[in-house]
Design a protein around this ligand. Structure first.
Ligand code: 5GP
Length: 115
């Protein structure tokens, strides 16, 4: 079964896509946590960071560079933003298709609660 993000990448289900190239696709999160909340995903299905192989360094790097460009495009680069990749159950990963959250547009507070 393709992941929900694979189905967005292929165009099978709709999303607000803000960038697509031969390696990655970026689209707005359906349930935004901040004024800017974009997900950057590899087009190829990779379940998460722990499944990344050394040979996939190019796609991993592209995710960060696309996040940088989108942050500028969204007007949040000067104010600052956060890139988040959740990994596995303790990391809070819900969709098992590698994705980076780009969140910004308001002060985001401390990185983690200490509880
Ligand atoms: P995770 O918790 O796995 O790091 O984040 C998954 C993210 O995917 C959540 O922020 C959630 O709102 C988003 N999401 C889940 N399903 C969809 C969807 O069908 N479309 C879009 N655009 N975002 C989704």
């Amino acid at each position: 079964m393709p992941t929900i993000f694979s189905r967005i990448v292929s165009g099978e289900i709709p999303a607000d896509i803000v960038h697509q190239d031969e390696l990655v696709t970026a689209f707005r999160d359906v349930s935004p946590a901040a004024p800017t909340h974009i997900l950057i995903v590899p087009n190829q299905e990779i379940s998460g960071v722990d499944a990344l192989e050394d040979s996939q360094a190019q796609v991993a790097g592209r995710m960060i560079l696309v996040a940088r460009d989108l942050a500028r495009q969204e007007g949040v680069a000067a104010g600052g933003y956060r890139l988040i990749i959740n990994c596995g159950p303790d990391g809070g990963q819900e969709v098992m298709h590698l994705h980076m959250h780009l969140v910004g547009g308001r002060p985001l507070g401390p990185m983690l609660s200490r509880g």
